[in-house]
Structures are given as structure tokens and as C-alpha cells.
Design a binder for this molecule. Structure first.
Ligand code: SF4
Ligand code: MG
Length: 326
């Protein structure tokens, strides 16, 4: 399948505020610090990691809501930094987003038909009855087929229904990709599976690609074809979802998976449990960012930052255990 998005070495460093002073001299918060991945037509790439690891900033960079400090994002082969106004419009049509909180992401003063119809109105010449038909069609697709739905306001719906409305809005322009930033974490546990299954069904039907950001490994595993694991602004491992479950290579990934699994007699959980706090991204460890929590840390880990290297076909990991320096 064609690659929609190629992300190469992207960085986002924020200048740190000291009192009222913000300048490069006060230091940098390296929220995203050299991340590479691709997303192909029709697939789901999940990005998992603890809060503050840079995954939301990565999604904002992909949505062009933040400027890159460094690195390149290419959309269908074209560098976004070279975009014409026309390219930018095409990108904003092709890449849509659904955010965590369906309570704050839907304007409370607008009816559902205006919320869902807005991107269509802005980007096409569809108006009136044709626009309302389009809105009804996508609302039906997300399971909201009651004829009154377009005329109601967001507060008249439950959290799960609101997230369906947000998904309908994202689908209305038939995008190539939707960025899903914690799409179910604000919802009741009882309806998370419904929304995840809806997203998967929609993908089956229309071939949309997803870039899924979540802190919950169970959500990412349920949804994704490939999974990237982020830690302190860096991608530490990326592989097919099944491969990563069977053979997590990075000690951090191993810890995440062991924490998410029910206890199993064959797995010595106590050996791979996460200990210690996540270091501050303002003052990350030298060398490997995970070394302060890693039970396998060696002297080289404090000296040299491991690079993401291919350990098996399509399976990349950044750890000196896999790529011992000569
Ligand atoms: Fe642990 Fe060293 Fe691998 Fe980092 S590079 S994960 S500290 S073994
Ligand atoms: Mg976040």
C-alpha cells in the first residue's frame, strides 16, 4: 500500500520559562527528540507511552498545529515545509483528527448538523439539502441514524455518542488518515470497546488510515497493525503489533507488556517491572533515556544514546543489548 506520511527525525524543543524569561539560554524541553515512522494507506499505527513522553506533541506536529524544530514530514512524497497554500488545504482535508475529550471538542452552541457539516462547508461547495444528506450519511455510518440527531446540541448526548459525532465530523470529508489522540480514555470503560470496534469497522469499510495515540497499551494493541513505543521524546521500539507482543526487545517495552498482562507462571514479572520515576524531560539522563529505570543498564548506556536499528525485518529497537557497540 502507498505511504501516506513519512516522518523523519522530527524534533520539537520548547524554550523553558524561568520566571518571566523565555529564551534559548534558559534551556530546552525536548518534548520530541528525533522520531521516525511511516503510515501507509489503510493501516493503524499506534503510539504508546507514559504521559509526558511526547506522543501528543508528535500528533500536533503531524497535524501541523506545531512547527517542527527539526526533521521532515512528507505527505505523499511532498515535504510539508514546501507546501503551497493549495497543498496545505489538501492536507487539512486529507488528515483529520479526533481528540480525547468529546465534551470540550464539540462546540456547545452549534447543532450537530453544523458541527459535522462544518469541514464540508469550508472545503467544498456542498450546501443545503446536499450538505444535510452528507451529514446524515456519516452520522448513520457512526450509528447515529435517528432523524432528529442533526438538529440536536452536543449536551443532549452521552460521552460515547459525542465521540461518535466527533468521528462523524472527522469522516465527513473522506480523509486518507485520522489522528486519534486518546480517543477512548475519557469514556466510560463500558463503552470504550464499542467506540474502538466502530473505528475498526469504519476502517474496514472505507480504508482510512489511523494514527492512534494512547497511554493504554490494551487500546493500542486492540486497534493497531504496528506499534511504536515512546519514552522521553524518543521512539525506543517499533514493530508489527503481533511481533511486538511475542518478542518485545526493549526493556521498557518488556516492562509495559508485562504490566499489561495477567500474571503468568512462565513470566517472572518481578524481573521486568518498572521501577523509579520517569526522569524530567528538562533534565533527561545522558546516553539511553531509559537507563535510570533499566535493570540491564551497562556502562555504555550512560555514554552513548542507542540508535533505532532493525533487529528483525520491520522490527526496530534502540537498545545497546540488541546493538552492542563494537
Ligand atoms: Fe537498558 Fe542500556 Fe538498553 Fe537503555 S540501552 S534500554 S539502559 S540496556
Ligand atoms: Mg497527552
Amino acid at each position: 500500500p502507498d505511504v501516506i506520511l513519512e516522518v523523519e527525525g522530527i524534533k520539537k524543543h520548547f524554550p523553558v520559562r524561568q520566571g518571566s524569561l523565555i529564551s534559548p539560554e534558559t534551556g530546552w524541553l525536548k518534548a520530541v527528540d528525533g522520531v521516525d515512522f511511516t503510515i501507509a494507506e489503510g493501516e493503524t499505527l499506534g503510539l504508546v507511552g507514559e504521559s509526558g513522553c511526547g506522543k501528543s506533541t508528535t500528533s500536533k506536529l503531524v497535524l501541523l498545529l506545531e512547527d517542527l524544530t527539526d526533521g521532515t514530514i512528507r505527505f505523499r512524497g511532498k515535504d510539508v515545509a514546501q507546501f503551497t497554500a493549495e497543498d496545505s488545504r489538501a492536507y487539512r482535508r486529507a488528515i483529520q483528527a479526533v481528540f480525547q475529550d468529546p465534551y470540550s471538542s464539540l462546540s456547545p452552541r452549534l447543532r450537530v448538523k453544523d458541527i459535522v457539516g462544518e469541514p464540508v462547508r469550508v472545503n467544498t461547495d456542498m450546501r443545503g439539502a446536499r450538505l444535510l444528506d452528507r451529514v446524515r450519511k456519516v452520522l448513520c455510518d457512526v450509528g447515529l441514524s435517528d432523524p432528529s440527531v442533526p438538529f440536536n446540541y452536543p449536551h443532549e448526548f452521552s460521552g460515547g455518542q459525542r465521540q461518535r459525532i466527533a468521528i462523524a465530523r472527522a469522516l465527513a470529508l473522506e480523509p486518507s488518515m485520522i489522528v486519534l489522540d486518546e480517543p477512548v480514555s475519557a469514556l466510560d470503560v463500558s463503552i470504550r470497546a464499542q467506540i474502538m470496534n466502530l473505528l475498526k469497522d469504519l476502517q474496514q469499510e472505507n480504508g482510512v488510515a489511523y494514527f492512534l495515540i494512547a497511554h493504554d497499551l490494551a487500546v493500542v494493541r486492540h486497534m493497531s497493525n504496528r506499534i511504536g513505543v515512546m519514552y522521553l521524546g524518543k521512539l525506543v521500539e517499533i514493530a508489527d503489533s503481533d511481533e511486538l507482543s511475542l518478542r518485545p526487545l526493549h526493556p521498557y517495552t518488556q516492562a509495559l507488556y508485562s504490566a499489561a498482562l495477567p500474571s503468568h507462571p512462565d513470566i517472572h514479572k518481578e524481573e521486568i517491572i518498572l521501577t523509579g520515576e520517569v526522569p524530567s524531560p528538562l533534565n533527561p539522563p545522558s546516553g539511553c533515556p531509559f537507563r535510570t529505570r533499566c535493570i540491564h543498564a551497562m556502562p555504555v548506556c550512560a555514554e552513548v544514546t542507542p540508535r533505532l536499528t532493525e533487529a528483525a525485518p520491520g522490527h526496530f529497537v534502540a537498545c545497546h543489548l540488541q546493538n552492542s557497540p563494537a
